[in-house]
Design a protein around this ligand. Structure first.
Ligand code: SAM
Length: 213
């Protein structure tokens, strides 16, 4: 992404409270990949506009994005799924510390199983946010479809992954497979007949998929 543009946008973001800065520092120290500042502010703005009653997040990490989504619309009920033990524990602690455990429910488990369980229970969400293992995005999206309300929206993060996804000359053994998977996901996503998708060069790349009515 354009570093100069990103710096400019970051400089013009709304100020944050101390707890937000603390969580951002905690993530930096522990190398936890939370949403970047421009991306999370965009997601928060989307939530302010849409005011979803129920949000489902796939990939809690330490609870940062769940807490920021709650900040954007405190009346949204948020369910978030995390499979990693230590991150789950940290998320529980961080969410309790902000007294949000009554509106943010964390499910400890693999989203591939948990999404099916939620569908079997007949749960529905107005907004589903996919931010977990990049190689499984297609599966997450497929499993999310029965959980989505009419006029619901699915947001996928990191779809331009560091700009590598749209760089035709990208060659990096470490990220080659992941980038190929994200490219395949984007191609597949924009061709989903029941959704209209827009990919935005915001943060690490955000795809907004709106269910056709
Ligand atoms: N949304 C978080 C934020 O911005 O604060 C960041 C999430 S981080 C990018 C991705 C998280 O998804 C990791 O903590 C990882 O353990 C979790 N994860 C990856 N695959 C998963 C799966 N299949 N089920 C549940 N969690 C998963």
């Amino acid at each position: 992404m354009d570093e100069m543009l990103n710096n400019y946008l970051v400089k013009h973001l709304p100020d944050t409270e101390a707890w937000v800065k603390e969580l951002e520092n905690q993530a930096k120290i522990d190398h936890v990949p939370i949403m970047d500042p421009v991306g999370i502010n965009f997601l928060m703005q989307l939530i302010r506009l849409n005011k979803p009653t129920k949000i489902l997040e796939i990939g809690t990490a330490i609870g940062y994005s769940a807490l920021r989504m709650n900040e954007a619309n405190p009346s949204s009920k948020i369910t978030t799924i995390e499979r990693d033990d230590s991150r789950y524990e940290q998320a529980v602690e961080n969410i309790k510390k902000q007294h949000k455990d009554n509106v943010i429910e964390i499910i400890h488990g693999d989203a591939l199983d948990e999404l099916m369980k939620l569908a079997n229970k007949g749960e529905k969400y107005d907004c589903i946010f996919i931010d977990a293992a990049k190689g499984q995005y297609m599966r997450f999206f497929e499993l999310s479809q029965p959980l989505l309300e009419e006029n619901g929206v699915i947001v996928s993060d990191n779809v331009l992954f560091r700009g590598y996804v749209y760089d035709p000359n990208f060659e990096h053994p470490r990220y080659k497979k992941m980038v190929e998977k994200i490219r395949a996901y984007n191609e597949w996503l924009v061709n989903q007949p029941s959704f209209i998708t827009t990919i935005l060069p915001i943060g690490d790349g955000v795809a907004i998929s709106v269910k056709k009515s």
